[in-house]
Design a protein around this ligand. Structure first.
Ligand SMILES: Cc1cc2nc3c(=O)[nH]c(=O)nc-3n(C[C@H](O)[C@H](O)[C@H](O)COP(=O)(O)O)c2cc1C
Length: 371
């Protein structure tokens, strides 16, 4: 019996398997509104058979976007556009597929060009905006200098997270994920690299966690108990003066105490030029430490592309779920093939059954050989 294909319950939500599509920005929205690109993207990811599909980092306010193309959930128009896409995606997804959304504020990494436009700070003629962070320290020399969040900024951002969470519930989204990693606003507060405040929101770890936990508490209070609530956290900033595994465990424990149901352990993104030992499953030791020491359901992510590796991460107790990013972009049928590899049942849409490998000897010829 495959663990990867066994169910897991998060709050009141039963996921049919432990494969999660990781949140992945598409930079293809129009003033925060989902477009036809999202329609095809989320329809095919819904079809994938993953137990949970997490919609990309979605800005809780307009200036919380990373780029002009980022998805948002800060207006009625945004909500309606995402509703159209989700309704269509649900119609074609296997019954029981759950949908999640990552709610985010870009902080000092906002006001950027889309990656394919260069990914640099927006120039004066590209409609840039004033960014906000824990302290007035830019991400790098040639980036915008953010202003240090005032208490009024913090109130506005916290309320925006709550409003976006409520809109998510209205859209029937079952899992809400708060982005606390990758160098965005809440990570800016958590990490001493970007937080040099001298008030009660800076200095000690307890102080640096204060605002992110305030957001966490407000979002939990706004969600029905049935809805799963998680966070993406950083296991390490890959720098001595940044978040380390002890701080990650402390954050995960605090989130658990606030009623969070799971965390996803990622890393990096809060400083340029980091030396990251990227390799298969490179976040797994961090996920395992968080899982064992904080005792919260933990999702692993990061170069997990082989079904047997995903299965082993679960059976070895390193994680409770596995998220895939690039592997499902490359092959949205990844879960079907993983089920085949692990001998697990999988519901393939009837329209596509004739092309499913066990029913078609030609599959071996059609597939490129693994290098
Ligand atoms: C195109 C793309 C967009 C991404 N956007 C997000 C995002 O919106 N939020 C996030 O937390 N991580 C984002 N990531 C990181 C992925 O969620 C994932 O953590 C990372 O790609 C490592 O997993 P992988 O090796 O399976 O791709 C993105 C990655 C890619 C490739």
């Amino acid at each position: 019996m495959s663990k990867l294909f066994s169910p897991i319950r998060l709050a009141g939500q039963d996921l049919s398997n432990r494969i999660v599509v990781a949140p992945m920005c598409q930079y293809s929205a129009s003033d925060g509104c989902a477009t036809d690109w999202h329609l095809q993207h989320l329809m095919q990811l819904g079809l994938s058979g993953a137990g949970l599909v997490v919609i990309e980092a979605t800005a809780v306010e307009r200036h919380g976007r990373i780029t002009h193309g980022c998805l948002g959930l800060y207006s009625d128009d945004c909500e309606a556009a995402l509703g159209r896409v989700l309704t269509a995606a649900r119609r074609v997804s296997p019954p029981g597929t759950k949908w999640g959304i990552q709610l985010a504020h870009a902080g000092r990494k906002g006001s950027q060009q889309r990656p394919w436009e260069g990914g640099a700070a927006l120039r004066a003629d590209e409609d840039p905006w004033q960014t906000v962070s824990a302290s007035a320290i830019g991400f790098a020399d040639d980036w915008h200098t953010p202003h240090a969040a005032t208490r009024a900024d913090m109130d506005r951002v916290r309320n925006a997270f709550v409003a976006a969470a409520r809109r998510s519930v209205a859209l029937g989204i079952e899992a809400i994920e708060v982005h606390m990693a990758h160098g965005y606003l809440l990570h800016n507060f958590i990490s001493a690299i970007s937080n040099r405040r001298s008030d009660e929101y800076g200095g000690s770890l307890e102080n640096r966690l204060r605002f992110p936990l305030e957001v966490a508490r407000a979002v939990r209070a706004a969600l029905p108990k049935t809805h799963a609530l998680g966070a993406r956290i950083t296991g390490t900033d890959w720098r001595e003066d940044g978040v380390d595994i002890d701080q990650a465990v402390a954050l995960a424990s605090a989130l658990k105490a606030e009623g969070f149901d799971y965390v996803c352990v990622s890393s990096g993104g809060n400083a340029p030029g980091l030396k990251i030992p990227v390799g298969p499953g490179y976040h797994l030791p961090y996920a395992e430490a968080v899982r064992r020491r904080a005792g919260i359901a933990t999702r692993a992510v990061g170069m997990i592309a082989d079904p047997h590796q995903a299965e082993a991460a679960l059976t070895d107790g390193q994680a409770d779920m596995v998220a895939l990013g690039r592997a499902v972009l490359d092959n949205p049928r990844w879960p079907w093939h993983a089920a085949e590899a692990l001998g697990a049942p999988m519901t393939v849409p009837v329209q596509y059954l004739r092309g499913h490998a066990p029913n078609w000897p030609g599959a071996a010829l059609a597939r490129p050989k693994a290098r």
